[in-house]
Design a protein around this ligand. Structure first.
Ligand code: PLP
Length: 423
């Protein structure tokens, strides 16, 4: 099920007032929903030693959201310079930030080690010698290669640009140990938007086996293993949910078997983005045109590529609810339409050939499941501006947590110092 009934009940009655106050378009995120998902998750994993989620910042990089994650007790998974800086500005400590970079630059290593540090997750064996100063705690991203098949956008592990090869992994830990590391973690990420929990159970099993091999070869033990993110959410009404209780139960069993055999117990970490926030956001836009061409069009005042590019780029399905101006869902006669933005690209469609209730100018389009990888993936192609972001707090108040972009923002990088290299 897309957007939860509880979120609808919290949001829809308020929506006309919110639109009057802030204007459309905007994303609005549901603090209560984010907290409920997180608390339920923690409860499911209460028997899994040291379980912790490190929220993948790239899914929803907004300090107001990161502050909710901090209150819940989650850490952060950062994978770029700006994400690391935002995490530190939100006062996450070094142990609460995992830096999973790829093709890492010397500058990012410097930043990672300065200012309270972070848990460094090295993406390649060649990087061991490039860390300016080996921290006490080090983690490697493991790529199983031919031993596993990936899913979704992650593709086949053999073709993916991530991680340390299977035949290099013991050497990687040996080299890190020789450079002074004393505590160790291991990480992998093999799935994306996958709703079959058995992939994750396999990942638990796989990493436990790799840890057992490294322990046997080098005598080191692991503080934690991180099975990554990529847990899918049901975007379509008929989609099954990911079996998180099943994963918790089977992970606990596998870890128990491991610790009986190998005589220590590593903590289990996850780093989901989509699962944590995806269902807890919606894009709200106004219907500004009805157009009858070879197809019927509902035109809204938001550009896909700036507001939510997933339908345009991936033809991803996002459920849509149409409300009348007073905030009640339209019902009755239905019609098949394309829902379009104003961009000069024919893929600028929030929905293609979608059966929706008959829609009128002035109606409200609510596009579900925009709490992860939607605003964050938006850009300024064709000069369109990204919308504002709002947060519906648990007490019912609504806060502007990011203003809309302006033309001045867009033109700001054109204001250069006079700089000409002479011919
Ligand atoms: C993108 C990313 C995630 C989060 O992916 P979701 O599909 O949002 O769970 C986690 N870890 C890493 C390293 C990533 O790049």
């Amino acid at each position: 099920m897309p957007m939860s009934g509880a979120f609808e009940e919290r949001l829809f009655p308020k929506l006309p007032g919110i639109i009057k106050h802030f204007g459309t378009p905007f994303h609005i995120y549901d603090e209560q929903g984010i907290i409920d998902t997180a608390e339920n998750w923690k409860t499911l994993f209460k028997d899994v030693y040291g379980f912790k989620e490190f929220f993948a910042v790239k899914a929803l990089p907004n300090p107001a959201i990161l502050n909710i994650m901090k209150k819940i007790g989650f850490g952060l998974d950062c994978s770029s310079t700006s994400e690391l800086i935002m995490g530190r500005q939100c006062k996450f400590s070094g142990e609460d930030i995992i830096l999973t970079s790829n093709n890492t630059s010397p500058e990012l290593f410097e930043l990672a080690l300065a200012g309270g540090g972070c848990i460094l997750n090295l993406d390649d064996i060649s990087l061991v010698d490039k860390v300016p100063e080996m921290p006490d705690m080090i983690c490697f991203r493991y790529n199983p290669g031919e031993q596993r098949t990936g899913s979704g956008f992650m593709g086949n592990p053999v073709e993916s640009k991530w991680g340390v090869r299977h035949d290099q992994i013991i050497d990687a830990y040996r080299m890190a140990k020789e450079r002074g590391a004393g505590h160790f973690g291991i990480h992998t990420m093999l799935i994306s938007n996958e709703r079959d929990y058995l992939y994750m159970v396999e990942t638990v099993r796989m990493l436990l086996e790799v840890m057992a091999n490294v322990t046997e070869a080098l005598g080191i033990t692991f503080d934690f293993f991180n099975i990554g993110g990529g847990v899918g959410i049901p975007y379509r009404p008929e989609d099954q949910v990911f079996n998180m209780p099943g994963l918790a139960k089977e992970a606990a069993v596998l870890i128990n078997v491991f610790s009986e055999k190998i005589a220590y117990r590593p903590k289990l970490y996850m780093e989901c983005g989509r699962y944590a926030t995806g269902p807890h956001g919606v894009l709200v836009a106004s219907v500004i045109n009805r157009m009858s061409k070879y197809r019927e069009y509902v035109g809204v005042n938001a550009p896909t590529m700036a507001a939510n590019p997933r339908p345009a780029i991936y033809e991803a399905y996002h459920h849509i609810t149409i409300l009348n101006p007073s905030g009640t869902p339209r019902s009755g006669d239905e019609e098949v339409v394309d829902v379009t933005g104003p961009l000069c690209e024919n893929n600028d469609k929030f929905a293609r050939q979608r059966l929706l209730p008959k829609t009128e100018i002035g109606d409200i389009m609510v596009q579900h499941d925009t709490g992860a990888h939607c605003y964050a993936m938006g850009g300024n192609y064709n000069g369109w501006l990204r919308p504002k972001e709002l947060l519906l707090h648990t007490d019912g108040s609504v806060e502007l947590i990011r203003r809309a972009e302006t033309i001045d923002d867009l033109f700001a990088t054109l204001q250069t110092e006079h700089d000409i290299m002479k011919a």
